[in-house]
Design a protein around this ligand. Sequence first.
Ligand code: DQA
Length: 146
Amino acid sequence: PRFFVLNGPNLNLLGKREPGIYGGHTLADIEALCVEAGARLGFTVDFRQTNHEGTLVDWMHEAQDAADGIAINAGAYTHTSIALHDAARAIRVPVVELHLSNVHAREAFRHHSYLAPAAKGVICGFGAQSYLLALQALQSLTQSAE
Ligand code: DQA
């Protein structure tokens, strides 16, 4: 299987950005962890980041033909974007929402996700490990679909 790992706004600044909340890993470090997990567990990872909401929508549409699942850290668009909700509903590939931080232990405005009701599930609070857990979830979804 081939999984898209999509990253939204400000995640390009990981490592420098509020390391007390988001950890010291850069996004390139996390990409390397994901690619390495894929090599070990038997899936391919297409890892991307954008600061633009519409680009995330385009990539979700692209996944329809090009991927078996999407792990997405939509950053702040999680809490604002009906477009991402609609995109996740419009495609047949499974979507797993993920966050580095435990959004439920933070400000109230992070407690609501527009994306979550359209996702298969949500993983948050495990730092870089959240990405690996999301990929494992996609892999088991893909296997149970076979
Ligand atoms: C985040 C949590 C969001 O609330 C925040 O806007 C982010 C990062 C996380 O990975 O913990 O940009 O998605």
